[in-house]
Design a binder for this molecule. Structure first.
Ligand code: NAD
Length: 514
């Protein structure tokens, strides 16, 4: 009874109704076609319906793209620091609604309240970062080789940016992209995961308020759909200059190919298969909590989840014993309960995939240090597993999106690095060591081949200040901090002749007859 009251008050605070329009058009605000298909958002911890959302169809998607294109024509002329103001306002609204939005993420995505609040905090941090960045869209000035010439480069907006996101970070990944895309002068169309539509609607409502208060419209729009026709239209439509896609490698590969075929730009943030190495000098009091958080945080459904653990032979038994003890104490349950460390998987399909992976370990000849399985419902709850596996097994080479950790041993660090890199993906990696030479080797060109390489920090939980993303089958994209803003702009090189002659580059002479 209390739980329902609590659930309703969270939804109410964020203006989520029983039935919600799933299309926010740059011109027409919320639009809802009563004959449109609906999707129902389900709480993965209870399997109860939260609310329904009417979906976008192809025609409405095309209209939203056109309206965003028109809006982008005026937004590009707004000075970048003024563009930052709208993001500042969204950041303020997120601060005000942090608790409610964090709770909604827990309700809809099943993440623990701590992690969900952390996700909203990440949006707030990203807003602060983007506001500052709006005054720092620097270009370089070069010395021209020609007399009385000035040369520089400048960065200009692209136009329309589509952001397609995965369920596991239902709002933060949008913020990484959308805030930077907005301050760089682009209009943003968000196509969130159909598994977490309410989180997207709640955020879009804050964007709506910020746009109304600042007097701009069309900067942020939203398309929720059932299936993938709208997402596919966004990838193949020439009016969309940049597609930022977050999801699995197999879908991302198709998205990347479609966008490339029309010479568009894409940012691909795809699957990870992240490893953590513990060498013989490591401080286990740091390493063990990092492994546990990395492996079971978000129920193993982070792109940066620790999926493979390489242990030096000398401490194999000790680490294994300590992990087994810790795993026995993991509290699994209602993600809104502050004591709980692991919530449910997102849906029945995810649970089925996890159970199939456990079966595959056995088929491959592996065993379990901790054998997990499905827990009694309601809710898509499972218990976590630690398998004793081999790196070359197909199962270990792929990303199982659940709390399954593969354990392997090594004698020399080079062996562990070799195994770590011998997978298709290249997102996040970590070494626990107190040996300077080992740390430097891991971070050198002979070391980790991933986009993220950490020393004495686990694989998951990146800060927004750095560029986030990975290599190989992870897609090569970079988002959030550092100089990633450049991906949302086009670079233009300008040379200005302020003299009375027309000297040519490379000292060419071309005497045009008078
Ligand atoms: P998914 O690939 O199933 O779906 C991702 C998004 O793509 C969803 O919104 C989905 O509806 C949409 N989609 C489906 N078919 C499409 C198509 N044909 N064209 C365009 N879009 C389409 O992934 P998921 O299950 O939602 O998320 C988990 C995956 O995302 C994992 O592989 C995880 O590692 C990855 N991920 C990566 C990062 C990163 O930054 N590298 C971050 C979060 C998640």
């Amino acid at each position: 009874m209390y739980a329902h009251y609590h659930q309703n008050s969270i939804l109410e605070k964020l203006q989520i109704n029983k039935h919600n329009p799933g299309v926010y058009d740059p011109c027409e605000s919320w639009s809802s076609d009563p004959s449109a298909i609906s999707i129902i958002s389900v709480n993965p911890a209870t399997e109860e319906n939260l609310a329904s959302v009417t979906c976008a169809n192809l025609e409405c998607c095309k209209q939203v793209i056109e309206n965003a294109r028109l809006s982008a024509e005026s937004w590009r002329s707004v000075p970048a620091p003024a563009r930052g103001n709208i993001v500042r306002r969204i950041g303020e609204l997120l601060r005000k609604n942090k608790d409610a939005l964090g709770s909604l993420i827990s309700l809809e995505a099943g993440k623990t309240k701590q992690e969900s609040d952390g996700e909203v905090q990440e949006m707030i941090d990203m807003a602060d970062f983007a506001v500052g960045q709006s005054r720092m869209l620097y270009g370089k000035t070069m010395h021209s080789e020609r007399i009385n010439h000035r040369m520089y480069e400048q960065w200009l907006p692209l136009g329309v940016v589509a952001i397609i996101t995965a369920f596991n970070f239902p709002v933060a990944v949008w913020a990484w992209n959308a805030f930077i895309a907005a301050i760089t002068g682009n209009c943003v169309i968000w196509r969130p995961s159909p598994k977490t539509p309410l989180c997207a609607i709640a955020v879009q409502k804050l964007c709506h308020q910020a746009m109304q208060e600042t007097g701009y419209h069309g900067i942020f729009s939203l398309l929720i759909e059932k299936g993938s026709a709208v997402a596919e239209q966004l990838t193949c439509d020439g009016r969309v200059a940049l597609v930022s896609f977050t999801g699995s490698s197999h879908v991302g590969q198709r998205v990347g190919a479609t966008v490339a075929a029309r010479m568009g730009r894409s940012i691909l943030e795809l699957s990870g298969n992240n490893a953590l190495i513990i060498d013989q000098t490591a401080n286990l009091d740091l390493a063990i909590p990092a492994v546990v958080f990395g492996a079971i945080g978000t129920t193993g459904q982070r792109c940066t989840t620790t999926r493979r653990l390489f242990l030096h032979t000398s401490l194999y038994d000790e680490v294994l014993g300590r992990l087994q003890k810790t795993y026995r104490q993991i509290s699994i349950g209602n993600p809104l309960d502050h004591q709980v460390l692991m919530g449910p998987l997102i849906d029945a399909w995810a649970r089925k995939t996890y159970l199939a992976a456990i079966a595959s370990v056995k088929t491959a000849g592996g065993s379990f240090a901790v054998e997990g399985g499905a827990l009694e419902g309601p809710g898509y709850f499972v218990s976590p597993s630690i398998a004793i596996s081999e790196n070359h097994w197909p199962l270990v080479q792929t990303e199982t999106f659940g709390p399954l950790l593969h354990l392997m041993r090594f004698d020399h660090l080079t062996q562990a690095i070799e195994m770590q890199n011998s997978v298709p993906q290249g997102l996040s990696s970590a070494l626990f060591t107190n040996n300077l030479v080992n740390a430097e080797l891991f971070l050198s060109a002979q070391g980790s081949d991933c986009g993220i390489a950490n020393i004495n920090i686990g694989t998951s939980g990146a800060e927004i200040g750095g560029a986030f993303g990975g290599e190989k089958a992870t897609g090569g994209g970079r988002e959030a901090g550092s100089d990633t803003w450049q991906s949302y702009m086009r670079r233009q090189t300008n040379t200005i002749n302020w003299g009375n002659d027309l000297p040519l580059a490379q000292g060419l002479s071309f005497n045009v007859p008078n």
